[in-house]
Design a protein around this ligand. Structure first.
Ligand SMILES: Cc1cc2nc3c(=O)[nH]c(=O)nc-3n(C[C@H](O)[C@H](O)[C@H](O)COP(=O)(O)OP(=O)(O)OC[C@H]3O[C@@H](n4cnc5c(N)ncnc54)[C@H](O)[C@@H]3O)c2cc1C
Length: 286
C-alpha cells in the first residue's frame, strides 16, 4: 500500500506485467491497474456570488434550486436529494451522486422548475453497472452500509456474488457480481433496483427473500414495485398508452386484479388503487 504519492508512468515490463513508477521514487508491479480518482466539482467561479457551496458541490433543494431563488444547479456539481435519505443512521439527506442518470434527472427537474412547472424530485439513487474483466458488476444504494442485516450469496466456482442490505423489511442496498451471460442475474438486478428505488416494504416477503435470495421475482411482483415504478413519471406528466396488446388487440377493460393491469392502464389513479398484498402461503419461508 502506498499513500501520499502519485503514479507518474505505467510501462509493461519484459515479463508482461505492468510497472508503475510513483512520484515517491517507488516502483510497483501489477497485473491490473484500476483508476479511481473520485470527483471534485469546479465551482471556484462562484466565489463571491452569494451561491452557497460546500466542498462536495452546490446544495440544492428538491426543485434543484440553490440558496438564491431563480438560480439552479444540476448534475455532478449539485448536492441534491437522496432517495434513501433517512433509511439508515449513517445516511445523509443530500448527496452528490456523480452519475449520468442523476445528471439527467437533475436537468429535467431544474428545467421544469425554471420553466414554471413546479416539480419536486424524490431523490437520486446511487448506482453503478460495469463490466470488469468479463464479470458484470452492479451496485445500488447503501451497498456498503455497516451494521445492517445483510443477505449474501457466494459461489466462487461460477462465479456468483450477491449481497442485499436490509433496513427493516426494505432492501436499501445491493451488490451483484456474475458472468456476463447470466440472464437470471440481469433480471434480478433490474428488480432489486426497482425495490430499492421505490422502497416498497416487503412484509412477509422479506423473510422469503432472505431464505431464497435468488428468487426475487415473487417478492417484486407481490410488493407492487412494478406498479409504483410504472405509475410514476419524473415530471408528473400523465402516463401515455402503454400499447399493451393481447393477440394484437387492446384488452377491452382495465382490471385491477389482473397482473397485466399496470401495463394496460393509462390512468394514474388506477395505480393508486393498486395495493397488492403478498399471496398468503405462496412461497413463504416457514
Ligand atoms: C471517465 C468517466 C467515466 C464515466 N462513466 C460513467 C458511466 O459509465 N455511467 C454513468 O452513469 N456515469 C459515468 N460517468 C459520470 C458522468 O459522465 C457524469 O455524471 C455526467 O457527465 C455529469 O453530467 P453533468 O452535465 O453534470 O456534467 P459534465 O458532463 O461534466 O458537464 C459539465 C460541463 O460544464 C463545463 N464547465 C465546467 N465549468 C464551466 C464554467 N465555469 N463555464 C462554462 N462551462 C463549464 C465542462 O467543460 C463540461 O462540459 C463517468 C465520468 C467519467 C469522468
Amino acid at each position: 500500500m502506498a499513500h501520499g504519492t502519485q503514479v507518474q508512468e505505467i510501462r509493461r515490463n519484459a515479463g508482461g506485467k505492468l510497472s508503475l513508477a510513483l512520484s515517491s521514487g517507488q516502483t510497483l508491479e501489477a497485473d491490473l491497474v484500476i483508476m479511481a480518482t473520485g470527483i471534485r466539482p469546479n465551482i471556484d467561479f462562484l466565489a463571491g456570488s452569494g451561491v452557497s457551496v460546500e466542498p462536495g458541490g452546490i446544495p440544492v433543494d428538491d426543485r434543484m434550486q440553490t440558496n438564491i431563488p431563480g438560480i439552479y444547479a444540476a448534475g455532478d456539481v449539485a448536492i441534491g436529494p437522496d432517495i434513501l435519505a433517512g433509511r439508515t443512521a449513517s445516511d445523509t439527506s443530500a448527496s452528490a451522486h456523480a452519475i449520468q442518470p442523476t445528471a439527467v434527472d437533475h436537468g429535467r427537474i431544474a428545467g421544469a422548475n425554471m420553466a414554471g412547472h413546479e416539480t419536486h424530485y424524490p431523490g437520486s439513487l446511487l448506482l453503478n453497472v460495469l463490466d470488469v474483466v468479463n464479470l458484470h458488476c452492479a451496485s445500488f444504494g447503501l451497498w456498503r452500509d455497516e451494521g445492517h442485516d445483510t443477505t449474501t450469496v457466494f459461489n466462487a466456482s461460477r462465479p456468483i456474488y450477491r449481497k442485499y442490505v436490509w433496513h427493516e423489511d426494505r432492501i436499501v442496498g445491493a451488490l451483484f457480481v456474475g458472468p456476463i451471460d447470466d440472464v437470471t442475474m440481469l433480471n434480478d438486478v433490474g428488480m432489486v433496483k426497482g425495490l430499492i428505488q421505490t422502497q416498497q416494504p416487503l412484509g412477509d416477503w422479506a423473510a422469503y427473500v432472505k431464505a431464497n435470495p435468488t428468487d426475487v421475482r415473487r417478492a417484486y411482483v407481490a410488493s407492487g414495485a412494478a406498479q409504483a415504478l410504472i405509475g410514476r413519471t419524473l415530471l408528473g406528466a400523465p402516463a401515455r398508452d402503454r400499447a399493451y396488446r393481447v393477440d394484437g388487440k387492446t384488452p377491452p377493460a382495465w382490471d385491477k386484479t389482473a397482473t397485466h393491469g399496470p401495463l394496460v392502464s393509462t390512468q394514474s389513479e388506477h395505480y393508486r388503487e393498486l395495493n397488492p398484498t403478498p399471496t398468503p402461503g405462496i412461497g413463504k419461508a416457514e
